[in-house]
Ligand binder design. Structure first.
Ligand SMILES: *Cc1c(COP(=O)(O)O)cnc(C)c1O
Ligand SMILES: [Zn+2]
Length: 415
């Protein structure tokens, strides 16, 4: 097997090879995947990438998979689309949406990370894969485990949206609902991972899993014509996605695939669970854990594993973090749908709501290229819109009834 990657401690830089572990035994800091960039520079060119199928595997030298690994799912390469009508609301002139509402196969960016964990589950010979999830991860693990012929055991907080529960069970995954919040579920999963020989995608396989998020960054750069944006706004739960988008941009510069350019990284949270944005706003470099209470359940992690690194990525780039109330989240979901025809889940409402604030505060300048990361599909969180959209009474199947019904529509002109 030809492997061009291995785990290294983020702090003491000890290299530990490849193994199902996410903490350094020397200093207990998180492990991270590193690559031989000098080697990759010689083979990975824009032209080579352009000849490959659209999807995350076109950047495979920069992902933790062996050369021989046969990937079967066309994950990622989601649309990067201009958002001119939303831009007008923000008085922005160059606004884009990176739209992972359409990520294959389970309609959120978590399909990208799970693909990495699955490759490693195979490599380490795990027959059961598990995860602690706020919903989307559960969906992605259940689907990809079914596809890979592995058993899945998924632990979730008991109060998740029904679509996320159904979208896990339908694949035949074992679903364990825990009476507690995500942070309690996560602690339980660490104990299970110690007691059972299982691959937990965000516990003992976390270092590998997290690398999948880099593909969002690679795609944004490639889809902008191999250019980096000026600003990117990213929703944060555990804080992994935002740090990996930064890592992706840095790698592309290091490999000479894009011109060096400062990119401001902006983090978005819901006020009801905002440990990272609170720390950024207070100028602190570490997290004070919170007890989550927000409609944005996919982001409800009160003690984010990568919080410290997310803060570094944000402040080091000259960016900022903000948070929005549940009402602002749902307002923003409706604004995004009504302006751009994109129905995002609550996390998308968080991103758009925060972006609106950042433009209003003058932290993002209107003439710069700004990308909003829309990470999951609105069909998964329809509960959030309850009480917002009135279900009209049925009318008789008669033209006169219809005319009466729409009498208030000024534009409805009879022919
Ligand atoms: C998990 C998730 C995030 C944030 O991911 P982290 O890497 O944990 O910060 C953002 N959006 C959605 C829809 C998610 O499911
Ligand atoms: Zn260490």
């Amino acid at each position: 097997m030809t492997e061009r990657y291995e785990l290294q401690c983020r702090e003491c830089r000890t290299s530990v090879g490849n193994r199902p572990s996410s903490v350094c035994e020397e200093c207990f800091s998180p492990l991270e995947v590193t690559y031989d960039y000098d080697d990759i520079r010689t083979c990975l060119t824009r032209e080579a990438i352009a000849q490959r199928a659209p999807g995350i595997w076109r950047y495979r030298e920069l992902l933790p998979v062996a050369d021989e690994y046969e990937a079967t799912l066309p994950i990622g390469f989601t649309p990067l689309v201009p958002a001119p009508q939303l831009a007008r609301h923000f008085r922005s002139r160059r606004l884009f949406l990176k739209n992972d509402c359409f990520c294959f196969p389970t309609l959120s960016f978590k399909d990208r990370v799970v693909a990495m964990a699955m490759a490693q589950a195979r490599r380490f010979g795990f027959e059961v894969v598990g995860c602690a999830s706020t919903g989307n991860l559960a969906n992605a693990v259940a689907a990809q485990a079914a596809r890979a012929g592995l058993r899945a055991c998924v632990l979730i907080p008991a109060d998740l949206e029904s679509a996320k529960v159904v979208n896990t069970q339908v694949y035949g995954a074992r679903l364990v609902r825990v009476a507690g919040n995500y942070d309690q579920v996560n602690r339980l999963c660490s104990q299970i991972a110690d007691a059972y020989h299982w691959g937990f995608v965000n516990v003992n396989l976390r270092a590998y899993y997290a690398e999948g998020s880099k593909t969002v960054g690679y795609e944004i750069a490639e889809q902008l014509g191999w250019r980096l944006p000026d600003n990117v706004v990213v929703p944060m739960a555990g804080g992994s996605l935002i740090t990996k988008i930064k890592k992706a941009f840095d790698e592309l510069v290091k490999l000479g695939l894009v011109e060096p350019k400062p990119v401001k990284i902006f983090g978005a949270q819901a006020t009801g669970c905002s440990p990272i944005s609170t720390a950024v706003k207070a100028g602190q470099s570490d997290i004070a854990p919170q007890k989550p209470s927000t409609v944005a359940r996919s982001l409800a992690i009160g003690n984010p594993a990568d919080g410290h690194y997310a803060i570094q990525a944000i402040t080091g780039s000259g960016g900022w973090a903000e948070d929005v109330s549940d009402k602002e989240v749902v307002d923003a979901m409706q604004l995004l749908a009504a302006t751009e025809g994109v129905f995002a889940e609550t996390a998308g409402g968080v991103t758009v709501g925060v972006a609106r604030k950042l433009f209003a505060q003058g932290r993002i300048s209107p003439d710069e290229t700004t990308v909003l990361c829309i990470t999951g599909n609105g069909l998964k969180t329809v509960e959030a819109l309850q009480g917002r959209l009135e279900l009209p009474e049925p009318i008789p199947a008669k033209l006169a009834a219809f005319q009466e019904h729409i009498a208030d529509e000024a534009e409805a002109v009879a022919v």
